[in-house]
Write a protein that binds this ligand. Structure first.
Ligand SMILES: [Zn+2]
Length: 235
C-alpha cells in the first residue's frame, strides 16, 4: 500500500501502522520496487489488493498520475485504488490480474450508489495483449476490437469498462464472446481524458455518455474528447 495510517509514504527503515487493520507495517524501499508499506507478515489485510511486483508497476504508474489525496482512499474495509475528485466520488478500480465473476459482482455492489461511492469504473490492463498482437483494434471513432485468448472477466462487468492498451483507452460499449475470442465495439479515449475526469478537469462524466440496457451492453451518446483511431498494420 502507498500510505500508512497517517497517509504518509514509506521511507527507508520506517515502521508504521496499517490504515485498515492498525497492525504494524514496515517500509519497503528497494531500487526497483516502488516504495510502499507492507505488513510484517507477507499478506494484505484488504482481500481486494493486487499482489506481485509486475502488478504494481502498471498499477502504481496509474496511481502516480493522480493527486495523492485521490489514491488509495480507505472506504470501509477496503482501499479504493483511485477516487474521483468532487462531491460525488466514483471509484476507479485498476485491475491487472484476473478476477472471478463473483469478485467483480462484489466490488460493483460495494461501490454502488449510495452505499460506499457514486459508482465505479473498471480499468483493465490490456497492454501486453495489445503489444503482442492478441488484441486488435480497427476503425475510427467507434472502433471494433477482437481479442484472442482474452480476459473473459470483462464479460461479467456491469459498470463501465476501459481497456488500457498503452497508447489509448478503449471504453467498451459492447462485447460478445465469439468462439474463444472477445469481439466488441469501443470508443477510444486518451489516458488524459480519464485523468481529467478523475481530477475533475473535464466536465463530462463517462456515465453521462453511457447507459446499460438489461443485457449489459452499453449504448453510447457523444463524448467530446474521444480520439480517432488510425489502424496501423503490425508485423
Ligand atoms: Zn492491515
Amino acid at each position: 500500500m502507498l500510505f500508512d495510517a497517517n497517509r504518509k509514504v514509506a521511507t527507508k527503515g520506517a515502521r508504521s501502522t496499517c490504515p485498515l487493520c492498525g497492525k504494524e507495517c514496515i517500509a519497503k524501499c528497494g531500487d526497483i520496487v516502488k516504495h510502499h508499506w507492507a505488513h510484517r507478515v507477507d499478506e494484505d489485510c484488504d482481500p481486494w489488493a493486487e499482489r506481485g511486483q509486475d502488478i504494481s508497476t502498471w498499477h502504481r504508474d496509474w496511481q502516480e498520475q493522480v493527486p495523492q489525496e485521490l489514491r488509495e482512499v480507505v472506504i470501509g474495509p477496503h482501499r479504493a485504488d483511485i477516487v474521483t475528485a468532487g462531491a460525488y466520488p466514483k471509484i476507479v478500480e485498476l485491475q491487472h490480474s484476473n478476477l472471478a465473476p463473483s469478485e467483480i459482482r462484489e466490488r460493483e455492489l460495494f461501490y454502488r450508489y449510495p452505499q460506499n461511492a457514486h459508482g465505479m469504473w473498471w480499468v483493465f490492463d490490456a497492454t501486453s495483449a495489445y503489444n503482442n498482437g492478441r488484441l486488435d483494434v480497427y476503425g475510427k471513432t467507434i472502433v471494433q476490437f477482437c481479442w484472442k485468448r482474452p480476459r473473459l472477466s470483462i464479460l461479467s462487468c456491469q459498470r463501465p469498462v476501459f481497456l488500457d492498451i498503452g497508447i489509448a483507452l478503449l471504453n467498451v460499449l459492447r462485447v460478445d464472446l465469439d468462439e474463444s475470442r472477445l469481439v466488441g465495439i469501443a470508443q477510444v479515449f486518451t489516458r488524459q481524458a480519464m485523468l481529467d475526469r478523475i481530477t475533475g478537469k473535464a466536465s463530462g462524466d463517462f456515465d453521462d455518455t453511457l447507459s446499460c440496457n438489461e443485457k449489459g451492453s452499453r449504448v453510447s451518446n457523444d463524448a467530446d474528447d474521444t480520439i480517432e483511431w488510425s489502424y496501423v498494420e503490425r508485423d
